[in-house]
Design a protein around this ligand. Structure first.
Ligand code: IMP
Ligand code: MG
Length: 205
């Protein structure tokens, strides 16, 4: 059956299902004037397409995707649909990790909940996080997946703040490199707010 295309127009937003089958919510005015838009929905979608092209060339056809919740849920959902359009088959697993609490600075203490991914012995793993900041989370997560027997662990982050690194760690693929600003939107929160924004913006200060 050919891919279904629909177009829905509403007053303030333009939503469409693209030929690749994923939803783009086009740039809309910031509902909160305090938030400075850094990357629009269109810019994010374009960058994800490039990331998926690189990952498609680098990874084998069948992979395990390990997504770090909560901040990566939207990035993961969009990226795996683009990986599908590059022919990849993904088993998706989640780890819930938190280091920020309700603050805008890292507590330095990593809290992990849940039991983590099953049966990854010998598997190629794509580890996805929203932001690489101090490096503690990804350093721990990549080490833990290798310790659990993953064949290889390729890391992909949407945002990288290299100036904030405490633990030496570089991601294999980075969406956007940003300065030391506290950002929200596109799944990323401040005290559990702003995750629903279709763009990425910086909080004042
Ligand atoms: P790391 O262990 O310090 O690298 O922490 C990475 C995690 O901190 C990310 O997955 C986010 O959940 C959170 N984080 C880092 N910077 C920000 C930010 O600017 N806004 C919201 N969360 C952030
Ligand atoms: Mg996170």
């Amino acid at each position: 059956m050919p891919p279904q295309r629909t177009r829905v127009s509403c007053a303030s937003q333009d939503r469409r299902v693209t030929e690749k089958g994923y939803l783009i919510v086009q740039s809309v005015p910031a509902p909160d004037p305090e938030i400075e838009v850094l990357f629009t929905a269109d810019q994010i979608a374009q960058r994800l397409d490039q990331l998926a092209t690189s990952l498609g060339a680098r990874l084998p056809r069948e992979i395990v995707v390990v997504s770090l919740l909560k901040g990566s849920f939207m990035f993961t959902a969009d990226l795996i649909r683009m990986l599908h359009s590059h022919g990849l088959i993904c088993r998706v697993e989640f780890i819930t990790a938190s280091s920020y609490g309700d603050d805008t600075t890292s507590s330095g203490e990593l809290k992990i909940s849940g039991s983590g991914p099953r049966d990854i012995t010998g598997a190629p793993v794509l580890l996805i996080d929203d932001i690489l900041d101090t490096g503690r989370t990804l350093h721990w997560a990549a080490g833990s997946l290798r310790g659990a027997g993953a064949d290889e662990v390729v890391t992909c982050v949407l945002l990288d703040k290299p100036s904030r690194r405490v633990v030496p760690f570089e991601a294999d693929l980075v969406g956007f490199t940003i300065p030391d600003r506290f950002v929200v939107g596109y799944g990323i929160d401040y005290a559990q707010r702003y995750r629903e924004l279709p763009y990425i913006g910086a909080m004042p200060g």
